[in-house]
Design a protein around this ligand. Structure first.
Ligand code: PEP
Ligand code: MN
Length: 264
């Protein structure tokens, strides 16, 4: 029997993340684009903890457009994340690119991220879903909202309700910014879909100075949380330096987001 698409407009999925409830409380995910080395990660984690960031993000496996660019520390990067989790008690989120790597994340990666380039990788979506922990599904950069929600259903169909959508910008005719952050999708999804939604203004703009205004706009569009690339020395980031913000700007974003939260 062919199953019909689910009605995702009914109900509301809330997900416990550390002390917070995604869906009720503002949840902030932040950290570097890539896991670079243990020392840098410790310094970043110290700052993020002090700022009250809820989830530490960092890519061990990096999906890069050019095969000659840094591909991430891979297993070594996962080990660094594991150490950081132990030392700081951080909730950890990292991207898994390949089904063969999912088991390496088991046990210590709290949230599995599926990146924009893998939104259509349905085998990966199903296998990630089967782990039973929350899955962050980034929007494919050429995906319609309907295709994105259908991809989410692959995860939901494994019996895992803990799916988090992340709007990270789409490719349009506009080339002034790296991507066009589609905040329409956020407002639309909050009205029509029970899943929590994050906004990623880092990949959404690709421009450091635009991260703050678009993060705040994302909050007012109804986002349940933010995913932001930050670093203690943004210019020295190994990947995505041009869109990575300082800890000072992250602090400003968090403070203003909390204030705006009351007006939604
Ligand atoms: C990331 O968040 O590290 C990333 C690679 O993002 P995206 O999949 O949205 O490009
Ligand atoms: Mn990045």
């Amino acid at each position: 029997m062919i199953q019909k698409s689910m009605d995702l407009s009914k109900g509301k999925v809330n997900i416990n993340i550390g002390e917070k409830v995604l869906g009720e409380d503002l949840v902030v995910f932040s950290g570097p684009c890539s896991v670079e080395n243990l020392d840098t990660m410790r310094n970043i984690a110290t700052k993020l903890k002090a700022l009250g960031v809820d989830v530490l993000r960092g890519g061990a496996f990096k999906p890069r457009t050019s095969p000659y660019d840094f591909q991430g520390l891979k297993e070594e990067g996962l080990e660094i994340l594991k150490t950081i989790k132990k030392e700081f008690g951080f909730v950890i989120s990292t991207e898994i690119l390949d089904v063969r790597d999912l088991e390496k994340a088991e046990g210590f990666v709290d949230l599995i991220q599926i990146g924009s380039r893998n939104m259509y990788n349905y085998v990966l979506l199903e296998e990630a879903g089967k782990l039973g922990r929350p899955v962050i599904l980034k929007r494919g950069f050429s995906a319609t909202v309907s295709e994105w929600v259908s991809a989410a259903e692959y995860i939901l169909n494994t019996g895992n309700e803990k799916v988090i959508l992340c709007e990270r910008g789409i490719r349009t005719f506009e080339t002034t910014t790296r991507n066009t952050l589609d905040l329409n999708s956020v407002a639309y999804l909050k009205e029509n879909c029970r899943l929590p939604v994050l906004v990623d203004p880092s990949h959404g703009t690709g421009v450091r100075s635009l991260v703050k205004p678009m993060a705040l706009a994302g909050i007012m569009a109804g986002a349940d949380g933010l995913m932001i690339e930050s670093h203690i020395a943004p210019n020295e980031s190994i990947s995505d330096a041009q869109q990575t913000i300082s800890m000072e700007v992250l602090e400003e974003i968090m403070k203003t987001s909390k204030e705006l939260w009351r007006y939604r």
